[in-house]
Design a protein around this ligand. Structure first.
Ligand SMILES: [Zn+2]
Length: 113
């Protein structure tokens, strides 16, 4: 249930941005999660709603976009997405790769008035 901690962190960001933009209420929050975060959208939305209770974001709709895991090969710099748990480079076969997408989480945009 790491959704609760993440929801609280993102709520703080949402409220900070909304306050900075002089919003009176937040209607929609667009959030991106890397696939490796392994968020359960329903649980996250519930956790966000609970943690933002009595705030200007309490009735915001949550839209979640999942960002696929992406790797970059250290040998040939090829970038590729994970298919069937095969972590090796599709170009040169090297298994020395870095994860460049998939662990991020951020608030993409906030809508409100
Ligand atoms: Zn390679």
């Amino acid at each position: 249930m790491h959704e609760i901690r993440i929801a609280e962190d993102l709520r703080d960001i949402v409220l900070e941005v909304a306050t900075g933009e002089n919003l009176h209420s937040v209607s929609k929050v667009n959030i991106c999660f890397g696939e490796l975060i392994q968020i359960v959208p329903d649980i996250f939305e519930f956790a966000f709603r609970e943690s933002s209770r009595n705030s200007i974001a309490s009735s915001a709709r949550i839209s979640i976009e999942i960002i696929p895991v992406k790797f970059r090969c250290r040998k040939c710099s090829n970038e590729f997405v994970l298919i069937a748990n095969n972590y090796a480079c599709k170009e040169c076969g090297s298994s020395e790769t870095d994860i460049i997408n998939g662990k991020e989480m951020y608030v993409k945009s906030i809508e409100g008035e």
